[in-house]
Design a protein around this ligand. Structure first.
Ligand code: IPE
Ligand code: IPE
Ligand code: MG
Length: 260
């Protein structure tokens, strides 16, 4: 199967000043609300405004792919009323925002295990994806009931179903088309708001060579300026992909980005 994008462990990707793909763990909603003596869910509500602002900023800056972690496969462990609020919020977002996304030429994708979602939610997700499938300005991916381990396992399962005769003798690059985001290059920049320094089972496979950025700013307080700060930090990084600094400097004058 032809791959639209290379795997960072096989081929060194082209580096652009503005990250092509930003993946964000939107954390800190509960604490933001608590600081204001409000119920946690008000933080989620307010977090939606940050989503709008960040989507707009990414589109204007020329980011091609934005992936937002909205609900992890472990978030079902939260109190039932918070889980149900988050599901309702997701439904409302799909209802209210999809037209606007479409007008702005944004393609919407949802990744994660849909089997636990209500039928109505699944239907809306499918409709939104179909409506926006041909859009070209920004691909916005919402990770909902997503887990990095789930992603790798479902991809392994799908790959072995497609080639039962091969048992498990597969190469690394053969798995990529079956992971949840074969349509996007691996993230260039990962941002986690809210102060925690962990991946929390987000894109485990895809983050292999992503630049990681952590900020204490809580998600509802994150804004365009904070995003620009993260991108500036990214622009100062040297992305070596296993090579030395000396090699990188030499590479500017020579051809060939392929691994040896
Ligand atoms: C992130 O904010 C949103 C979701 C996980 C859905 P949190 O709800 O985790 O906020 P904190 O971390 O408790 O402050
Ligand atoms: C990660 O945040 C998941 C999302 C932002 C959707 P959590 O708040 O669930 O992560 P942990 O539990 O602090 O690791
Ligand atoms: Mg949290």
């Amino acid at each position: 199967m032809a791959l639209p994008f290379f795997s960072s462990t096989r081929t060194i990707p082209d580096i652009t000043a503005v990250p092509r793909h930003i993946a964000i763990i939107m954390d800190g909603n509960g604490r933001w609300a608590k600081q204001r003596l409000m119920p946690r869910v008000m933080g989620h509500q307010r977090g939606v405004e940050t989503v709008r602002e960040v989507v707009k900023a990414c589109r204007q800056m020329g980011v091609e792919y934005l992936t937002l972690f909205a609900f992890s496969s472990e978030n079902w462990r939260r109190p039932a009323d918070e889980v149900s609020f988050l599901m309702q919020l997701f439904m409302k977002m799909l209802e209210r925002e999809v037209e606007k996304l479409h007008k702005n030429n944004i393609r919407l994708k949802v990744i994660g295990d849909r089997s636990r979602f209500e039928a109505e939610l699944v239907r809306r997700i499918e409709e939104a994806e179909q409506l926006t499938a041909g859009n070209t300005s920004l691909t916005l991916t919402i990770a909902a009931n997503y887990g990095g381990r789930w992603d790798i396992m479902q991809a392994m399962h799908a790959l072995s179903q497609a080639h039962p005769e091969r048992a498990s003798a597969f190469g690394e690059e053969e798995l990529t088309p079956y992971l949840s985001m074969p349509y996007a290059p691996e993230p260039d920049l990962f941002i986690r708001t809210g102060g925690e320094k962990r991946i929390s089972n987000f894109l485990l496979w895809q983050l292999a060579y992503t630049e990681l950025y952590f900020t204490d700013t809580l998600w509802p307080a994150f804004d365009r300026a904070a995003l620009e700060e993260a991108i500036q930090s990214y622009q100062k990084r040297e992305r070596r992909f296993g090579r030395t600094s000396e090699q990188l400097r030499g590479e500017q004058t020579t051809e060939g980005k392929q691994n040896a």
